[in-house]
Design a protein around this ligand. Structure first.
Ligand code: 5GP
Length: 114
């Protein structure tokens, strides 16, 4: 089971900001910005390489959640960043697809390498 499945099942705690039948969102445990939320589909898709055409509506739903949360968190007008990390060079740590929503301060043109 992935770490994020354990969080979705309630086996591990998390600060949830959204839950529905297709996806959940919770605050990142190690925030890289004042607002750092992870949007996670209930379906386990390991990486962006594993997204199929049939996942299109689900991926769209994740972006809709991000859009709504950005507004709710008060960062929509100033702006924010949405990103997926993929595999080793992308810095992916958890192999269960997740969309990062980052904002609350100027983020620069790109996220610096760790
Ligand atoms: P990735 O590098 O895979 O794109 O991002 C994984 C993210 O998950 C990291 O930003 C990391 O801080 C976050 N994370 C790792 N373990 C936990 C956890 O147990 N709870 C929460 N809320 N976030 C976690």
């Amino acid at each position: 089971m992935t770490l994020f499945e354990k969080i979705m099942n309630g086996d591990l705690p998390a600060d949830f900001v959204h839950q529905d039948d297709q996806a959940v969102a919770f605050r990142d445990i190690n925030p890289a910005a004042p607002v750092h939320i992870l949007i996670v589909p209930r379906k386990v898709i390991p990486t962006t390489n594993d997204i199929t055409d049939e996942d299109g509506p689900l991926i769209g739903h994740m972006f809709a959640i991000a859009r709504d949360l950005a507004k709710k968190e008060g960062i929509a007008d100033d702006g924010y960043r949405l990103l997926f990390n993929c595999n080793r060079h992308g810095g992916q740590e958890v192999y269960h697809l997740h969309l990062h929503l980052l904002g609350g301060r100027p983020l620069g043109r790109m996220v610096a390498a760790a």
